[in-house]
Design a protein around this ligand. Structure first.
Ligand code: GLN
Length: 402
């Protein structure tokens, strides 16, 4: 007997207890723990400084001017045009703002709607592991089968296991869900890794759904390569991004998906029966923001130095660290400090050091070899003010045995 899809979603994200109870997401659980204990919350990834005032002012003006009723289901024309212009300017992609772009309620809705539209029982969806929780939940809600390919530790970074990727493909592979820059590891997939994904997609006639919400938050001169720019891939790729990370308005939930018209038609059909539309006054504000390349550039450079600040604190405390090339996140290994179980460490960290993090096991399938490989690793966010990160570093130094 099949179980209800909500139970499948809870199971796929490790939230379904044997007694049938459902836990809150790891982000909600750890934010609540921080609130309860007064610990510094480096768990859930959201900035503690809002995006630019002129973008806020644009939203306020839009409310005053009466842009408060349903916007068009596809998103307002000026925002769809701004998204297409953004893709052309940054990546040389030719996107038709009328037939090939859909504004969504954050990237999360774009991903869920794409999965519900395009895959179902009997279909396999390949993702990286660790994976973002909503990706696994979306696959489960669509009734499809989740096939995972590990990222493996490689020096101070993580790399995609290309042999495992090829071995994971099958005649049932309908979709490959990629996420680069990657949450939680901060890995930015190389062109060669993405080429390998593209090759599998072409061989299996699969769609690539690519979550690129951290596209502008890359460091050290590393280049973000959109899957749709690879040869022959625009016609089979749905590219998802959002304004939340790029402009520090994560609560506005203005995201989008673009791709070939036939795929966008499929996603639109589902999306119109989920939220139909949202964010009326925020859409014109983000349309304006998307013409601004200075704000994301400044954010990336300040994030790179905040990453370094946190990395230094973690190393001083005695963690093993990997160096993220993008995102809001760094993954630290509690193993060298004697903490073999990251989930256990995260529960105790407020008491031990007055800081909250999230275990990487929450981004893995329960009991998988990757969950085992990442067992002692925990994720910290550095999208916080420097003084907050300095205080966290001071507190974490308490863990140091010396
Ligand atoms: N994207 C955020 C993170 O990875 C969490 C968003 C959420 O709470 N679902 O921390």
């Amino acid at each position: 007997m099949s179980s209800p899809r909500w139970q499948d979603a809870a199971r796929a994200t490790g939230l379904l207890a044997p007694d049938g109870r459902v836990a809150a997401t790891i982000f909600a659980e750890m934010s609540a723990l921080a609130a309860r204990t007064g610990a510094i919350n480096l768990g859930q990834g959201f900035p503690d400084v809002d995006g630019p005032d002129y973008v806020k002012a644009a939203a306020i003006t839009a409310i005053r001017e009466g842009r408060n009723q349903y916007p068009p289901g596809d998103g307002i024309p000026e925002l769809r045009r701004a998204i297409a212009d953004h893709q052309a300017r940054h990546y040389g992609l030719a996107v038709d703002p009328d037939a090939e772009v859909l504004v969504t309620t954050g990237a999360t809705e774009a991903i869920a709607a794409s999965l519900l539209a395009l895959v179902g029982p009997g279909d396999e969806v390949i993702t990286l592991e660790p994976f973002y929780d909503s990706h696994a939940a979306g696959i489960a809600m669509a009734g499809a089968t989740h096939v995972r390919v590990p990222l493996v530790p490689d020096g101070s970074t993580f790399r995609l296991d290309l042999d495992a990727l090829r071995a994971a493909a099958s005649p049932r592979t309908r979709m490959i869900l990629v996420n680069s820059p990657h949450n939680p590891t901060g890995t930015v997939l190389t062109r060669a890794e993405l080429e390998a994904v593209a090759q599998v997609a072409r061989e299996r006639d699969a769609v690539v759904l690519t979550d690129e919400v951290y596209e502008h938050l890359v460091f050290d001169g590393v280049a973000h390569v959109p899957v749709a720019t690879l040869p022959g891939m625009a016609e089979r790729t749905l590219t998802v991004s959002s304004s939340g990370k790029t402009f520090s308005f994560t609560g506005w939930k203005i995201g989008w998906v673009h791709g070939p018209a036939h795929l966008i038609t499929a996603v639109r059909t589902v999306k119109q029966f989920l939220t139909y539309t949202s964010g009326a006054p925020f859409q014109p504000a983000i349309a304006q923001a998307l013409a601004d390349d200075d704000t994301p550039r400044a954010l990336a450079s300040s994030l790179a130095s905040r990453r370094d600040l946190l990395l230094e604190g973690l190393e001083t405390a005695g963690f093993g660290v990997s160096v993220p090339a993008g995102t809001y996140f760094v993954v630290a290994d509690g193993g060298p400090l004697g903490f073999a179980d990251g989930a256990d460490l995260c529960r105790r960290l407020p008491e031990l050091a007055g800081v909250v993090a999230v275990p990487v096991s929450a981004f893995c399938a329960a009991g998988s070899p990757t969950a085992d490989a990442f067992r002692s690793r925990i994720r910290f966010t550095f999208v916080k003010r420097e003084e907050v990160l300095r205080e966290a570093a001071t507190r974490l130094a308490r863990l140091s045995p010396s």
